[in-house]
Design a protein around this ligand. Structure first.
Ligand code: PGA
Length: 249
């Protein structure tokens, strides 16, 4: 049985003060939630506040992005080692908003993933098709390409240490969740890619999170699918009560 992971992606929301207020409300609500790994990804400026507020809880902190070089003249970028030193245990890589607005490619996703692993972080590698891809019947083609260029390009040892998040772009922030069946089919396809690239054992150990308009009222149905090993939650992770309700589905 794969252990589930519920992760919150705050995107470009919350100041340090708001982060402290969130954890003051959230930590007691999940103090006894031992059934899954809990992750929160605040913006960079709130990482220290989040790491501090999460100390002594089971909540792991994630960064939302990383650069692949260790150090150098890369204005505005942060290395995986810097994030690890700041107390991060996870990092989101290749989120669709980064692919769409900041030019992330399969190649940058692979480089970032390897750098994160080398620094001891757990990468949460995001993949997902656009609405146009789905409507054109190209979902598997797109997921296959994203898998091969990103997670599929790792060594078997590296692959065993990542999490994958399936986030259909048409379901992100739109209130249009994939049905549990649609999500499970995509997860099954990604698992098949993992089996083909690595091994059946590696595929069955891989934890795949679903993301895209996950809310307290649809998490139960999604988690009823064995293929779904957790959730990556955007909007509904900003409110302590709502995110706790999702964690405690
Ligand atoms: P959403 O975002 O839950 O607001 O749809 C999910 C994500 O982008 O990770």
């Amino acid at each position: 049985m794969r252990r589930r992971v519920i992760a919150g992606n705050w995107k470009m929301y919350k100041t340090q003060a708001e982060t402290r207020a969130f954890f003051a409300a959230f930590a007691p609500l999940v103090a006894h939630s031992a059934h899954c790994d809990i992750v929160v990804a605040p913006p960079f400026t709130a990482l220290a506040a989040a790491v501090d507020a999460a100390r002594g809880t089971a909540v792991g902190i994630a960064a939302q992005n990383v650069f692949w070089e260790k150090e150098g003249a890369y204005t505005g970028e942060l290395s995986a080692g810097m994030l690890a030193e700041a107390g991060c245990r996870y990092v989101l890589i290749g989120h669709s908003e980064r692919r769409q607005y900041f030019g992330e490619t399969e190649e940058s996703v692979a480089k970032k993933t390897r750098a994160a692993l080398a620094a001891g972080l757990t990468p949460i590698v995001c993949v997902g098709e656009l609405l146009a891809d789905r409507e054109a019947g190209k979902t598997e083609e797109v997921l296959g390409r994203q898998f091969r260029g990103g997670p599929g390009s790792l060594t078997a040892e590296e692959f065993s240490r990542i999490l994958v998040a399936y986030e259909p772009v048409w379901a992100i922030g739109t209130g249009r969740t994939a049905t549990p069946e649609i999500a499970a089919a995509a997860h099954g396809f990604l698992r098949k890619c993992a089996a083909g690239q690595f091994s059946a054992a590696a595929a069955s150990a891989l934890r795949i999170l679903y993301g895209g308009s996950v809310k307290p009222d649809n998490i139960k149905g999604l988690m009823a699918q064995d293929e779904l090993d957790g959730a990556l939650v955007g909007g509904a992770s900003l409110d302590a009560k709502s995110f706790a309700a999702i964690v405690n589905f």
